[in-house]
Write a protein that binds this ligand. Structure first.
Ligand code: GRG
Length: 320
């Protein structure tokens, strides 16, 4: 489905990739080495894809999204990468996309500074090319990313995460950038408020579902994600599969939260398996994905809208 979306975007996708490489270029040798390393190991590039699909869905344009939307797509991928470079330091992660992290290969300081650079370049890419709405949306998103991580830190200490806390975290750390990527792509393409609202609703629910799937994958063996199972528990993150198991069998709640506190990951994995935490989480995320698709109902039918709906179902089942 990601491939189909890239093919549908055609020359716009190529223009995105060209601008992305131009805008991240640096004269500093160390940055060029790191940037090359990261560009060779690109992920799914989902946020720019969603940004450009939103632009197309709102304008009905066959080819050629405007320069503003293209810049929003580039900025969204740069911010995503910056957040991963910082996150890998916060989590002391050795692997990302199946390869050593910049943190492991160079140093934590290098990873944070490279993240700062990607973040600064994101801002430079849009300033002077887009209107105030777009700038404000990116600024709010950066605030959300930091807040989401902060709430997560707080909860790793108190270990009293509720479902509402969990949703507050994932809205900020994941859904917010989906929303910004898509609404800015739409606004920069001249979308009317009703269209922007539809796109924002889709992005919110898709972002929530996407993070829920990510949290399920953390309970799966490492071969497809390139990360080891139970990593979130090592970092004392209580996510939906565990919340689901606690909902299904609350009788051992105190004991299980104590396992998390002690870092007894195997016991927690066993408890989640026995109490169908994964099934619970999968059901909730599929409902979110349905909400995402339903939000698009007010938009005029188009191939872009079909692809957005297809992506919502596809991402529910993704394995990496
Ligand atoms: C410096 C911008 C900035 C933020 C600092 C550390 C931090 C605050 C935020 C981290 C937020 C974070 C890592 C959220 C997780 C989002 C997520 C599910 C990432 C994985 O996305 P994919 O699967 O990645 O799209 P690929 O590898 O495909 O690019």
């Amino acid at each position: 489905m990601v491939k189909r979306a890239q093919e549908y975007l055609g020359s716009d996708w190529e223009r995105f990739n060209t601008l992305f490489r131009e805008e991240i270029r640096s004269d500093i040798q160390l940055l060029e080495i790191i940037n090359g390393y990261l560009l060779q190991r690109s992920g799914k590039q989902l946020r720019p894809l969603l940004c450009l699909l939103a632009a197309r869905a709102c304008t009905g344009a066959g080819v050629g999204v405007g320069d503003g939307a293209l810049r929003c797509a580039v900025a969204s991928e740069m911010i995503h990468t910056a957040s991963l470079l910082h996150d890998d330091v916060a989590d002391a992660a050795d692997l990302r996309r199946g390869s050593p992290t910049v943190r492991a290969l160079f140093s934590p300081t290098t990873s944070v500074l490279a993240g700062d650079y990607w973040l600064s370049r994101a801002i430079r890419t849009i300033i002077g090319h887009v209107d105030q709405y777009v700038i404000k949306s990116f600024a709010k998103c950066l605030e959300d990313l930091a807040e989401g991580e902060m709430i997560q830190l707080q909860k790793a200490d108190s270990l009293d995460t509720t479902y509402d806390d969990y949703v507050a975290i994932i809205k900020r750390k994941t859904a917010s950038l989906f929303q910004t990527a898509m609404t800015t792509g739409a606004v920069a393409s001249g979308a009317v408020p009703e269209q922007v609202e539809a796109i924002e609703g889709y992005a919110l629910h898709l972002g929530i579902a996407f993070q829920m799937r990510d949290d399920i994958l953390d309970y799966s063996p490492a071969f497809e994600t390139g990360k080891s199972a139970g990593q979130d528990l090592v970092e004392r993150k209580i996510t939906l599969p565990l919340l689901g198991a606690l909902e299904n069998n609350p009788s051992r709640a105190d004991e299980v939260r104590e396992f998390v506190r002690e870092g007894n990951v195997d016991e927690v994995l066993h408890y989640v398996g026995e109490n169908d935490g994964i099934g619970y989480a999968q059901k909730v995320l599929e409902e979110e994905a349905e909400r995402a698709s339903a939000a698009l109902d007010v938009l005029e039918s188009s191939e872009a809208v079909d692809i957005l709906r297809g992506l919502a179902s596809h991402l529910c089942m993704r394995k990496s």
